[in-house]
Design a protein around this ligand. Structure first.
Ligand SMILES: Cc1cc2nc3c(=O)[nH]c(=O)nc-3n(C[C@H](O)[C@H](O)[C@H](O)COP(=O)(O)OP(=O)(O)OC[C@H]3O[C@@H](n4cnc5c(N)ncnc54)[C@H](O)[C@@H]3O)c2cc1C
Length: 424
């Protein structure tokens, strides 16, 4: 942690924020959940997206109009947590719009923003974030999708990297596990332009889905999820399609993930809360051994544990989001907090949902039961946007970065730490 003053962290929501969350949960149940059945499982549900746009909810995850204000991380977390509680499909549809459009909002040109962001925020255009590849998942910096300067790929006349040739590139390679693919209207694609090895040789592009050479196929997942593989066969892109500077694409991807990681935690907290509430209700009415399940201490203590861990995860998520929102000077340890929040919340949700299944017994495993659904949904967030092991590595790296900063001056640090003890 830094020695700079701590960020403003909300440990309690305001009455307005609580009322908004309650309203969102009701919207999820009454307005959005009925639309889920209008779509096909594992496909993009455009009816649901348009409803999210009409309700003004997408505009909280994607800036939809000039001046393209930065998305508020805490708003995003409250939205995702509340929708996850009552309509996880709507939650996921909303989050994916934000993730896919994030790089456009961050570094897009005026033309790119005007063309795509209002349509994404209205639920009229579908966005996707294409980083992962068959041989580059956790090690995203190893991505291999090539962006070759036009002149070089046509007749090998040579180009000079990202700015060489005719000023355009051809994209060749494969992206996989891409949410909303192959149905999205555009993809933010991270490709190797080769300014430097590893993460420094990556450039981001905005690729409309109708570009020649771009094709895709859906993948069938444990929990129905609009997701697929994309094949790029010399797909043409121009300077106007570039997102940000050549060689700066990996930083664009990481900034988007820093915003979204705490909100993946919020999604997990929403699911955990739904599992907990179902368990409280069930244990309070299920007859057992002359009483009800909650009368058994083993069960009531399990409920207490589930509630405590869920609340701890929620607070870490809110703190990470507040740190992001108030990070004017860059001293809030945003990456560290985002990783901690995502790690704790997704692992906690897995534990809570599993414990809820145990409390419900066989009924929870019947197809169509809330917990059967949550049991399948809760697994993926421990893998995507950085697996739990990757978050731990990231956290440890950030902790040592802080230590390195103070290495030069251990005495000052000692004096600083002991100031209060010596001068009460
Ligand atoms: C539902 C879902 C939606 C997704 N949506 C998108 C999307 O929209 N866009 C996108 O680009 N990608 C998306 N992904 C892909 C996701 O980001 C990758 O699955 C993730 O980065 C992990 O990569 P991998 O699956 O190739 O696993 P691998 O990288 O092969 O890792 C497998 C396992 O190895 C271990 N491991 C890996 N690295 C380390 C390490 N450094 N230290 C310790 N252990 C390690 C972990 O246990 C990890 O789970 C999605 C995935 C899922 C499941």
């Amino acid at each position: 942690m830094t020695t700079t003053p701590p960020p403003t962290t909300s440990f309690a929501l305001t009455p307005e924020q609580r009322a908004w969350c309650a309203q969102l949960r009701t919207l999820g149940t009454e307005r959005l959940a009925p639309l889920v059945t209008e779509g096909e499982a594992g496909r993009v549900n455009r009816t649901l997206l348009r409803a999210l746009g009409e309700l003004g909810l997408l505009a909280r995850a994607v800036p939809g109009a000039p001046p393209w204000r930065r998305v508020a991380a805490l708003d995003l977390c409250l939205l995702r947590e509340s929708l996850a509680y009552s309509c996880p499909e709507a939650e996921t549809a909303l989050a994916l719009q934000g993730l896919g459009a994030g790089p456009v909002a961050d570094v897009g040109t005026a033309e790119q923003r005007a063309r795509w962001l209002p349509a994404v925020a209205a639920g009229e255009a579908v966005a996707a974030f294409a980083l992962s590849e068959p041989d580059a998942g956790s090690d995203a910096a190893a991505l291999a999708l090539r962006a070759e300067p036009e002149a070089r790929s046509r007749n090998d006349m040579g180009g000079t990297g990202a700015t060489g040739g005719t000023g355009g590139w051809r994209l060749t390679g494969t992206k996989t596990w891409i949410s909303n693919a192959p149905w999205a209207d555009f993809y933010t694609v991270f490709a190797r332009t080769g300014e430097a090895p590893g993460s420094r040789g990556v450039t981001a592009f905005l690729v409309p889905a109708d570009r020649p050479g771009l094709s895709g196929r859906p993948l069938d997942m444990l929990a129905p999820h609009a997701l697929g593989t994309l094949t790029f066969d010399a797909v043409p892109v121009t300077r106007a399609d570039r997102l940000g500077e050549p060689g700066a694409g990996f930083r664009v991807a990481m900034r988007t993930l820093n915003l979204f990681r705490p909100s993946v935690g919020a999604f997990a907290v929403g699911m955990a809360q739904a599992a907990l509430d179902a368990s409280l209700a069930h244990a309070g009415r299920r007859p057992a051994f002359g009483g009800v399940l909650r009368d058994l201490q083993a069960v009531s203590h399990q409920l207490a544990e589930m509630a405590t861990r869920t609340e701890a995860a929620r607070l870490l998520v809110y703190a990470a989001a507040c740190a992001y929102d108030s990070d004017e000077a860059g001293g809030n340890d945003v990456a560290l907090r985002a990783a901690m929040a995502k790690l704790l919340a997704t692992e906690t949700a897995q534990y809570v949902v599993d414990a809820a299944v145990q409390i419900h017994g066989a009924a929870a495993l019947q197809r169509g039961h809330l917990l059967e659904h949550l049991y399948r949904e809760v697994r993926a967030p421990r893998i995507y946007e950085g697996a739990s092991e990757v978050q731990r590595t990231l956290i440890a790296k950030e902790l040592y970065k802080e230590k390195e900063k103070h290495k030069e001056k251990p005495e000052e640090l000692y004096k600083e730490t002991n100031k209060e003890a010596r001068h009460p």
